[in-house]
Design a binder for this molecule. Structure first.
Ligand code: ADP
Ligand code: MG
Length: 243
């Protein structure tokens, strides 16, 4: 794993209000380059909102976000060096897998040979080469999720953002895709921020777990830290420590 001392991402006193209601209450977090960080916590605790602020899909009410050592707080999503994979695959139904993969690059006026090369590389990494001429409707759920991840890969982001990417899949597929995502991280070495409410996913994927409750970080640590030495009864209960 290409882990360095360079900061992959820094959140400094990040806050979010919807109207008068603050839902993210001053989050501070340092992520090392190449780290696999999992945001975990119950539904409604603010995982998606935090991820969407990192992506630039949601404005930050207060605070700063740095990616790769530069402030991105006021940048458009396309300028942040991130790519996001959603729970709903959001593929274009009328386009082939090949065109779905290359669409973002085509929109950015990338030369055709380069698009072909990037698409081929992503298809190889995700083992979806035989599917390139199909349309999303002709794919299984797991295959669609691979294409969605492939679309993120072709953009060569510094940081991958995943928002519960496996929650629409059945239990068996979730396990195999989880293993795929771990392999992807080993292979690519990028910083990855992964949101889930599933403790098993968090424990098996994370270098670092961030436990959230009601817009506040309750604990940051390795899976072992949060399991063996939970900061409080909430973390203990949520992660499932016997304590
Ligand atoms: P999670 O992803 O952990 O389930 P969310 O980030 O979606 O949680 O939501 C955090 C809180 O912010 C919740 O109380 C939710 O109702 C609220 N919230 C999220 N998006 C909006 C919005 N667009 N407008 C108002 N409230 C929102
Ligand atoms: Mg969510």
């Amino acid at each position: 794993m290409a882990k360095g001392l360079k900061p992959g991402m820094v959140l400094a006193d990040v806050r979010k209000s919807f109207g008068k209601v603050e839902v993210i209450h001053g989050v501070d977090l340092v992520v090392e380059e190449g780290e696999f960080v999992v945001f975990v916590g119950p539904s409604g605790c603010g995982k998606s909102t935090l991820l969407r602020m990192i992506a630039g899909l949601e404005e930050v009410t207060d605070g700063e976000i740095e990616i790769g050592g530069r402030s991105v707080t006021d940048l458009d999503p396309s300028q942040r060096g991130i790519a996001m994979v959603f729970q709903s695959y959001a593929l274009y139904p009328h386009m082939s897998v090949r065109d779905n993969l290359g669409f973002g690059l085509a929109m950015a006026n990338t030369p055709k040979p380069e698009i072909e090369q990037q698409v081929a590389a992503a298809a190889r990494i995700l083992k979806i080469e035989p599917l390139l001429d199909r349309r999303p409707g002709q794919l299984s759920g797991g295959q669609r999720q691979r294409v969605a991840i492939g679309r993120a890969i072709v953009r060569k982001p510094q940081v991958f953002l995943f928002d519960e990417p496996l929650s629409n899949l059945d239990a068996e597929l979730r396990v195999s895709m989880r293993i795929e995502i771990a392999r992807l991280h080993r292979e690519l070495g990028n910083t990855m921020i992964y949101v889930t409410h599933d403790q098993t996913e968090a424990m098996t994927l994370a270098d670092k777990i961030v436990v959230l409750r009601d817009g506040v970080i309750e604990q940051v640590g390795s899976p072992r830290d949060v399991y063996e030495d939970p900061a409080n009864t909430f973390v203990a209960g949520f992660i499932g420590s016997p304590r």
